[in-house]
Design a protein around this ligand. Sequence first.
Ligand code: PXP
Length: 240
Amino acid sequence: MMRLLVNIDHIATLRNARGEGYPDPAEAAIVCENAGAAGIVFHLRGDRRHIKDDDVQRLKESVTGILDFEMSASNEMIGICLETEPDLVTLVPEGREELTTEGGLNMTTVFNDFKNRVFPALKDSEIDISLFLDPNPKDIELAHELGAYAVELHTGTFANAVNNDDRKNELERLAKAAQLIHESGMTVNAGHGLNLDNLPQLIEHVPHLTDISIGHALISKAVYWGLEKTVKEYLSLMKN
Ligand code: PXP
């Protein structure tokens, strides 16, 4: 069953713009869940540009559905993640200068480190591990070899495609990747750059989708419509 997870990072961005205590990501998380979202995603970045450490604790206390902790695989983040005990951890590459996560993990580069340090550190917890990947068969095979629970497919290239051919090609890559993830016994998640216009096409073409993680476009729309109405609009689109 497909589920909507709302990324609430940009509630914190708005709060931090004035250094006030509002809007509060934990309060926004409650509104999203009450509107029907299956869970909440937050990304605690090394530079703490949006979500801060004390938000993490308050989110843990407020969220009743799925809590997805998006983070880099640094020892600092692994420590905070183990203390927080979210349902899911989504590991992403993180660059200091980037505006947002720019692509999936390069599994060939990180494989040995993940195998020897990251997966063993998380192994005794109840936290499921998801890896944020581009739709490359090689990366997916290595995720499977590591024993990942899920792969979150990076949909940014699809979302940013400037013409129909590029969009169609990327949808085909995503569909094949989703099939491979599913056949390998892992859960298929997806996210990045999704909005009310491009989500129907993704859902129509890509099989086995489980958790769809949406942040910037949803929070932006909520400025006009309110969070409750916006979440409900996404849910009704996913249902239909
Ligand atoms: N999934 C991952 C791994 C991300 O890094 C992000 C951005 O924080 C999202 C999903 C949500 O992307 P967007 O804000 O473009 O909806």
